[in-house]
Design a protein around this ligand. Structure first.
Ligand code: ZN
Ligand code: ZN
Length: 573
């Protein structure tokens, strides 16, 4: 037998959690056809993996890559993905997708999505989910995409900018669109219940829509309705939706920002001192009550036999769009309306009042409630500008809002509002404490839960930098979490990044190294693998990721990107 590719003499960590073993991997076309001692069998290409770890390609379980894979320069944009070993990405998360893209409400969809850093110039080339899939299939993809049907565009297609519950008629129309998405091969249905328009949807609406997805064996994937002090209630709602609809659940990017209010600023300074103590006497990390409570609810549901998956971003940081910093009512009608409201003194004053005063409240369907007032929750100090659109403001990227405001001689609120207007809403930001050992413990104390997969949740704005996860997410798990924190064995870490994620979306022949499985592979040096990004410098490639194979094709060789034929596939159901 001759192989197209042999990966020789590596330590196989096969993605099931099983202990590593030494073997060769033989690949014919896009599949693994042998795992064992292959001796001197002939091969079109041989990768020497002795002393290295060989594992399945990493599955990035939470991404928005469909919004960026339509960029003209997408093959370069995604080089860092391949370089960190990602071979498959689940897309259209948080209720966001570019399909369906209807005639009637197309502008609203586009203006809402431009806040995620996609181009305002984008031309409509598809309408339905099936059309969008055809468009993606015609595009040579560097890695595999797993599509989901997304709530946002579906609700916009049927209800436009309406900020109310759906009528029975509208619900029927939305169900038809979910069905259309599932018929086109989507593997689940996603919501983003803090974003426009998901924020206006009643629990019952989501139950009905998720039920359609469940008829097709899909998963309900959700960015829950609040990541601050109402997080436990938001997770309870997600579990209820899963229970009532019969749809297995995936809780996206599990985190909760504790609601600090006035304590945010003193704590910001205190963390420096706590870190100093922590270097001498390791401290346990502050318990995050809502997070602990949410995990307890998940455990109870698991005990009842429910199917619940979770994922997290391995950074003590989040990234989002500036629109998220303003209350839901202010976002009504999309980004342009928000910017108008920020321009008129009266509405601006009302927005300011809410940003400064509204505390988390559940549920937040009525006009004056808001569960995710980030600024009030964590304080201005934790906010950094990640990207802007204009050249003039480029220097702001990576800087703290508070410092920039001081330089501009404005207060924080006015500074950010003016910037949002100037940049037409295209401002993304990072929030969170600097990733320090002690603050990290707030999250690592729950991250050994067996249901956790890993997702990078990277935004790739047209201009400006992506967050560090775009370059370092999976190397960070293999390096920092395995070697430095000792939180997982290498086998367990690989399983969380491969086999576990594949099982969530029915990717039966991926996420494992076994005869007959698809040849998505990573060869890395377990001693050296590391995420090299820093907050201030996110565009740094990782160390130790040596070879990456997608569908049998070598995409990274000796840590160099091999551009050329693009082997990625759209992995429909
Ligand atoms: Zn999200
Ligand atoms: Zn997301």
């Amino acid at each position: 037998m001759a192989f197209d590719l042999i990966v020789k003499g590596g330590e196989i960590v096969d993605g099931t959690g099983k202990k590593a073993f030494r073997a060769d991997v033989g690949v014919e076309r896009d599949r693994i056809s042998a795992v064992g001692q292959l001796g001197d069998t002939e091969a079109g290409k041989t990768i020497n993996a002795s002393g290295k770890t060989v594992c399945p390609g990493f599955i990035n379980i939470h991404t928005h890559d469909d919004l960026y894979v339509i960029r003209p320069d997408y093959q370069e944009v995604f080089e860092p993905y391949l370089r960190q070993g990602i071979t498959t990405a689940v897309v259209s998360n948080c209720g966001w997708s570019l399909a369906p893209w209807t005639e009637g409400h197309g502008d609203l969809l586009l203006s809402t999505l431009t806040t995620m850093g996609i181009s305002k110039e984008l031309k409509k080339e598809w309408e339905t989910q099936a059309d969008f899939h055809d468009y993606l299939r015609a595009r040579p993809l560097p890695f595999n995409l797993v599509p989901l049907a997304a709530h946002g565009p579906i609700r916009i297609a049927v209800m436009g900018e309406e900020n109310r519950f759906s009528t029975p008629q509208e619900l029927e129309e939305m169900k038809d669109l979910v069905r259309e998405g599932m018929e086109a091969g989507c593997r689940g249905f996603s919501t983003g219940l803090t974003y426009f328009p998901g924020v206006y949807a009643h629990t019952d609406e989501i139950v009905e829509l998720a039920r359609v997805a469940s008829e097709y064996g899909g998963r309900y994937v959700t960015h829950v309705r609040g990541h601050s002090d109402t997080y436990d209630q938001a997770v309870e709602e997600a579990i209820e939706i899963s229970d009532r609809s019969g749809c297995p659940l995936q809780l996206s990017h599990v985190f909760a920002v504790p609601y600090l209010g006035w304590k945010a600023t003193p704590l910001y300074y205190a963390v420096g001192m706590i870190e100093a103590v922590n270097r001498v006497i390791p401290l346990p990390g502050i318990p995050n009550a809502v997070l602990t409570k949410a995990i307890k609810e998940v455990d109870q549901a698991l005990d009842k036999g429910m199917d619940i998956g979770m994922d997290y971003i391995p950074y003590v940081l989040g990234n989002s769009t500036v629109t998220q910093l303003y209350p839901p009512w202010a976002n009504l009608g999309g980004t342009e309306k928000l910017l108008e409201r920020l321009q008129y003194p009266q509405t601006r004053a009302r927005i300011r009042h809410d940003v400064e005063n509204l505390e988390p409240k559940w549920p937040h369907w009525d006009e004056d409630s808001w569960s995710d007032n980030y600024i009030k929750a964590i304080g201005w100090k934790m906010l950094k500008i990640l990207s802007v659109e204009s050249e003039e403001n480029r220097y702001m990227e990576g800087k703290r809002v508070e410092d920039l405001a001081k330089e501009a001689g404005k207060d924080n609120f006015n500074f950010l509002a003016d910037l949002a207007i100037e940049e037409k809403g295209s401002v993304t930001f990072l929030f969170g404490m600097p990733p320090r050992p002690w603050t990290e413990k707030v999250f690592t104390r729950i991250q050994d839960h067996p249901q956790f997969s890993i997702g990078a949740d990277t935004l790739w704005p047209e201009i400006g930098d992506p967050p560090p996860s775009g370059y370092g997410c999976f190397p960070r798990i293999m390096g920092h979490y395995v070697r430095e924190l000792g939180m997982y064995t290498l086998e367990e870490a690989v399983w969380r990044c491969t086999g576990l994620s594949a099982s969530r979306f029915g990717l039966d022949d991926r996420g494992v190294i076994a005869e007959g499985a698809i040849a998505d592979l990573v060869v890395f040096d377990a001693e050296e693998v590391a995420d090299n990004t820093r907050m201030e410098e996110p565009r740094v490639y990782p160390s130790g990721i040596e070879h990456v194979v997608v569908n049998g094709k070598v995409m990274v060789e000796d840590s160099r990107y091999v551009a050329g034929d693009m082997p990625g596939q759209l992995l429909i159901r």
